[in-house]
Design a protein around this ligand. Sequence first.
Ligand code: 5AD
Ligand code: SF4
Length: 475
Amino acid sequence: MSDLLPIVPASPDATSDAHCEDSPRPLPPRAKVDGPRGRYFIHTWGCQMNVHDSERMAGQLEHLGFGQADSEEDADIVLLNTCTVRETSAAKVYGKLGDLRRLKRANEKMVVGVCGCLAQQERDALFAKAPHLDLVIGPRAIPQLARHVESILETRQRVRDTAPWTETVGAGSEESLRQSFPKAFLTIQEGCDKFCTFCVVPFTRGREKCRPLDVLLAEIEGLADRGFREFEMLGQNVNCYRDDAGHDLADLLLRAADIRGVERLRFVTSHPRHLSDRIVAAMAHEKVARALHLPVQSGSDAVLARMERDYTRADYMARIARLKAMNPDIALQTDIIVGFPGETEDDFQATLSLLEEVAYEGVYSFKYSPRPYTKAAKSFEDDVPESVKADRLARLQAYQDQLQAPRDAARVGLVEEVLVDGMSKRSDAEVAGRTSRNRVVNFPGAPDLIGLLVPVRVTEARAHSFRGEIAGPTR
Ligand code: 5AD
Ligand code: SF4
């Protein structure tokens, strides 16, 4: 067993923002490479950083000689890249581990691994809970995946590698099997020092660590040469990016924007407290997307204080005002937690009024669930009943839909530049892509448009996307 550094005990109160989705996301289909040594399958839960970590893992496995399987039944190596940010995310991983126990009974040679945040959180306890596991590997140990897989295949001994801070963040990134052409994800910062009281991330992703600017620019240049046109900078606290030479996110955005072939830059996820004027000014650059994910979590100062978010509603609104002054058409998205300990109906009403005041283009909302190691789990009673949490979540989502529908309808007739990234889910005669404001648009077109920027006139606003038609020359 590779038993490296024990997890360094972090401060008892902790968190960050990371943009999450709960559904498992197998890597998207692509031309299958037949691997001489067998096939792998990766399940991915969680944020964009996890999606990119899976690309990094897939790249290493293909270098070892494994090809991508169509399903876990068909695979010799199955990896679960996990998220523990909410209870529901963790529960789904345990469900999948149960399925894999049956598969492994039928195929004893199968290598089963848990990677990412659950691995870091549970460490050896995972082997006890799932005796059929061969590999437990934390987020910072991803560059070691190939070595650990070789060792398991050779010795049939289990491996755990959950050393949180020994590796350089993003090492081996250039090996990634990139699956989101023409967009490339780039981890620029990992970990979080904010320690909001509800969040487990500082305990699973460790302290903040940044990659050097020159390394990142070189990687962007190489990817732009290969035809990638959009770059999404990833970090749990991405706007706290600062390398050892003192470069910040504004420097990175402006330098990256100068690279030939780079057309669009995004970054996720930002902490409102650290959205500096320099970053806001850099966002005025034409190549920086007109969209920002800025999690607020609550519109009530009392709740924000218990969350230890380090800003008030007025502070948050002041940043929104600066962003809108610089760029009136910016599309803002946010994350909201309902039912945080002590949240009253008045607190919740304050959150609803914030939705109206900010006029978000997208709201990701979650019921609070206590997470291991966090201050909220230790110090506050989870006192909002489940039925009240569910009711507030439903009311919040309905209110946001009601606010957003007329704003979306008002965009019909406008021409927006769409970067085409694939075929539409509904029709083989249509392609799909995103606007600079990060909204999906489907429109009639052939696969040769993938990777191109197309001016598209919006013809219809749907629940979560738009339809349109080509309105000018592509580039
Ligand atoms: N309970 C519910 N939601 C949470 N999030 C983070 N921790 C918790 C928790 N304990 C949400 C926050 C964060 C997003 C990624 O997940 O809204 O921004
Ligand atoms: Fe989930 Fe980990 Fe990403 Fe947080 S950092 S969203 S816990 S995968």
